[in-house]
Every structure is written in C-alpha cells, then in structure tokens.
Design a protein around this ligand. Structure first.
Ligand code: AHR
Length: 538
C-alpha cells in the first residue's frame, strides 16, 4: 500500500509559508493525506495485558512528597495524607501495577527507614536527585495503602546496589509472613496485621548505572545470590524481576543471561526513554520528529530483546518488562527549582508519544509482560501534575487522556493490523569525525495504529504524529462485520499546548466523527491526534 497524497497536499504546502505567518507559534496549517489500513479480526497476536498500562512512582522531586503524599496535616484535601485528587483521578484511570520506590533511588533505599512511628523515622539524604532530605513519612505501609486506595498492585524495587540479600529477604518476610515471626509481628504493631502479599519484586534497578555500575556478569551473579534468599513467606508465588538493559543493549542481555544460567527469574526489565532536545513547551516540529522517531526503535528493541531472551528461555517463562519508558525532555532549571527535579510539563506532543508507545505494546502484545510509564506524578511523562511540593493544584495531563483512550484495550486480544505508516527509520549514518558535522534531517513520522477484540467489541487506536498533515484513514476490517462504530479523540493543533493550572481541561477526550460502511471504517485524524474507535462487530 502506498501513501496517496492528495492534490490538496501540494497546493496547501505551497500556501503554507504565508498562512503559517498568521498562526500562533506552535500551530501549523495542515494538508491532507489518505491512508489505507486493514484490521485482521481473525489474526490474533496475544492478550493486551492490563499491566501494559502500569506506572512508576519514585522518590524523586515532587512525585511522592508533595505530589501523591501531602501529609495528614496538609491543608490540601487528603485521605490519610494522600492527596485526594490523585486518588480520584488514578482510580478513574486504573493503574494496574505501581512500581516503587525507584528508579535510582531504590538502590540507596533501606526499607526499615520507612516503617514505625513517623516521628522516629530517620531523615535521609536523597543522593540521586539533588541531595535534599526526606523524612521517610512515606514508607512501606503508606505505599501499600496508596495502592489499595487506587486499586493498584504494588511492585517493590529492592536495593541491590547498597543493600544486601538479607535486607531484601527481611523486607519480604516483613511484608508477607502472616504472623508469629518477629518481623511479621512488627508489621502488625505498625498497623497491618494482615500480610501485604507483595508479589512483584525488582532485584535492583539499572545495575549497569546508578544501581551499582556493574558489568552484566556481575549483575547476574548478584541476582543469583539475592534470589537465592528470596521467599514468598506463605503469600502468593513471588515474581522476581532481574535487571535488563539500557535500551536495546544486546551485550548486556547476553552477559546477564549466560551468567544467570538456571537461576530462577520471572521477569526481565529493560528501560527505554525517548529523549527530547528542547524544553517541553518549546518544541519545534524537527525536535518532535527526532523524539517520535525513537518509537520504532523502542519497538525494534522489544522484538530484539525478546528474541535474545527466547534463546535462553524458549518456553517464555520469563516475562519481558519495559520497566521505565517515556519522553524525557530538556527540562528548564527554573521548572526544576520551583517544582522539583524532573518536573516536566506534558503537551499534546507527549500525549501523541504515549499513543505511539501504547500502540506498540498492543502490536507486540505476545512479547511483553508489563510496561511502566515514568512517572505517575510530576516527573517526566507524568499522568498528573501538581504545582510543586507546596502546590494545591492537580491536573490530569494530556498523557492521562491518552492512557484513558487506550483503557478499553485492556484484557482484549490484540489483532494483526497492516497500514501505510510508521516504519523503522534507517539508523542515522555515522560520519567521520569533525565538529559541527550536519546530521541528516529526521524523516517525518507517520500513522501508527493497533487493534484488539473481545467477543463483539473491537477497538482500533490511531495516532497521527504529523503537525502539518491531517490523515484520512480508510480501514477495512477482515474477518468480522462492523455493526456500529463510535470514536473519541485527544487532539490539539498547537504542538506545545498543555493543560495548565488555569486551563486544566484544554486537552481532554472529545467525541469524534467516524463512519462505518460496507466493512470499511473511515476516520479523519487531525494533525497531532490520538483516537480510539470502538466497534460492535459480528
Ligand atoms: O525515571 C528517572 C530515572 O531514570 C530512574 O530513577 C532511573 O531508573 C532511570 O535512569
């Protein structure tokens, strides 16, 4: 199938320069492209695990302190110290799994600091994120309570870098042993007689970097030793996650897996951020495309890493986890000073990026176990933003709405799709040395889509990542007949638009036009949009 640009595209391209001068900064005039797509309703890929829409909350900036946790005495509306707005919004969205306390922070966190009477908890310096002090008022019990309030399953990241196998094993006993041991009885004294039944345990984080600057062989050796002392202590079977690569680092995975041998491991984590070269609200189309063009590389990394794992684990007993992902822009110092480290504004660009990522997870459903966006509140590609540690406001970001648009895919079966669209860009050519060498311009990104089905309900999600092209997609459905279709969209024509505290609902989900006739769905996706079509099929 080929991209059929209409005549209008060329005429409007010629007129674009003069029209552009009249438009506000960040808004561009759009031409139209016609696209063809096919959903194969009878070709199943795998289950869209709800866990693909999981989240991550680190002790970093104002994610925990001042974000989700404001303290019991705060004038900000709260439930037992948890910011009420975060509970309400996250409950509505549904966060299947929540990973905590880091990130880099995890490998310098000692869980005993965060239990017992709050006034006796030590103040510690957060060495990774600005050397400020934390009073540990948010610890194990608080985290588990927060997860229960929002209906999320807790996922702990244990300390390998500066911790010990005993420390991790004791944390497991403290959380999961029903009663009668000193540690389980201490948990009861601290307010939780019932065991927490924590299943997910990360064994260290980024051991190749902030988690200990290890070689893969050393990381796997540490893993074997830590896992050797891990027990479920009477709870549900443990799910231990080993530290995988930064991006698509094959050498790391080979080194780790060779050394792991028959060491037991249920999950293997990889991290992949899509870096941005500009501050979040000052993106140019070129910078945006550079960032969007990382998504096909993420997809390739998932394929490659799963293939590598298959070599060691052909029965796929080990689940591949994209433990951290998201857009990581060049954050202005002033934002960080005011609101905390890595506080990043979320524009329509990041909602589009979220859509690109979530489409990948659907298309690669059978290769993935869980994916955690970084992070839940205030940090990087956040779902919610507050105005810093002291701030009263809380807004649902453009990312929130993109995630909500994909919620209907959860637990459905992903289907094979074919479309004119986003392909893996060729790797940038490597030029010889020399300063100021011109890099070739990024190719523009293109349509992205995915689909899923359960019984008579079928969903298709589309992303138009172009800032200057509206896309009319004619999507035929094979293997099922469409009875009804409705569409919802997240869109803004200004690539730097965002939900501010003054205008918190600028970007939200809106109803959108779609037609379904004779087995073909037709939808026009305005520039910079994410849309989901829900169909009743027979
Ligand atoms: O999410 C921010 C940081 O990114 C995490 O602490 C670390 O794991 C990663 O490098």
């Amino acid at each position: 199938m080929s991209v059929q640009s209409t005549r209008r595209q060329f005429t409007s391209a010629a007129a674009a320069a003069s029209v552009a001068a009249l438009l506000p900064r960040g808004v561009f005039s759009a031409s139209t492209a016609n696209k063809k797509a096919v959903i194969h309703a009878d070709q199943e890929i795998g289950t869209v695990r709800p866990e693909f829409h999981s989240n991550f909350a680190e002790h970093l900036g104002s994610c925990v302190y001042g974000g989700m946790w404001v303290g019991k005495k705060s004038p900000i509306p709260n439930v037992n110290g948890f910011r009420k707005a975060t509970i309400d919004y996250l409950k509505e969205l549904g966060v299947p799994v929540l990973r905590w306390p880091g990130g880099c922070f995890a490998d310098d966190y000692h869980w005993r600091d965060g239990i017992g009477p709050v006034e006796k908890r030590p103040r510690r310096v957060n060495i990774h994120w600005g050397q400020y002090t934390e009073d540990n008022s948010f610890g194990t019990h608080e985290f588990v309570e927060f997860c229960r309030l929002i209906g999320s399953e807790p996922y702990f990241a244990a300390n390998v870098g500066s911790g010990s196998p005993q420390e991790m094993r004791d944390w497991m006993e403290y959380c999961n042993y029903p009663k009668g041991s000193t540690l389980s009885d201490e948990r009861a004294v601290n307010g939780s007689p019932e065991p927490f039944k924590i299943r997910y345990w990360g064994v260290g984080n980024e051991l190749w970097g902030c988690g200990g600057a290890m070689r893969p062989e050393q990381a796997a050796t540490e893993y074997r030793q830590f896992a050797n002392y891990a027990r479920n202590f009477g709870g549900s079977p443990l799910f231990l996650v080993g530290c995988g690569p930064n991006g698509n680092d094959a050498r790391w995975t080979r080194g780790f897996m060779e050394t792991l041998g028959n060491g037991r491991m249920q999950g293997y984590s990889m991290h992949y951020y899509e870096n941005g070269t500009l501050p979040p609200q000052q993106f140019t189309p070129e910078a945006m495309y550079t960032q969007f063009n990382m998504f096909p590389r993420v997809e390739q990394a998932i394929i490659d890493q799963r293939t590598l794992l298959d070599g060691y684990d052909p029965a796929r007993r080990i689940g591949l986890i994209l433990d951290e992902w998201g857009v990581w822009d060049r954050i202005p110092q002033s934002d960080e000073q005011r609101n905390g480290r890595l506080w990043q504004q979320a524009t329509i660009r990041s909602a589009v990026a979220a859509g690109l990522g979530l489409n990948i997870f659907n298309r690669q459903a059978e290769k993935l176990y869980m994916c955690n966006i970084a992070q839940m509140v205030n940090v990087l590609q956040s779902i919610l933003l507050t105005d810093g540690p002291e701030g009263k406001n809380c807004v649902r970001t453009a990312n929130y709405w993109a995630f909500l648009l994909f919620k209907g895919h959860r637990s459905k079966t992903a289907l094979k799709v074919e479309y004119d669209g986003f392909r893996l860009p060729p790797r940038p050519p490597v030029f010889g040395g020399g300063r100021g060498m011109q890099q070739p311009p990024e190719p523009p990104p293109d349509l992205s889509m995915s689909a899923s089905r359960q019984g008579n309900e079928m969903l298709a999600s589309f992303v138009n990542p172009r800032h200057d092209v509206d896309m009319t997609v004619e999507c035929s459905v094979r293997g099922a007949a469409i009875r009804q279709a409705r569409a919802e969209i997240v869109h803004d024509s200004d690539l730097n638009a965002y939900n501010s505290f003054d205008n918190p609902n600028r970007i939200t989900i809106k109803k959108h036009e779609v037609s379904a006739q004779g087995g073909t769905l037709t939808i026009t996706l305005p520039a910079l949009s994410v849309a989901t079509v829900t169909m009743q099929v027979a």
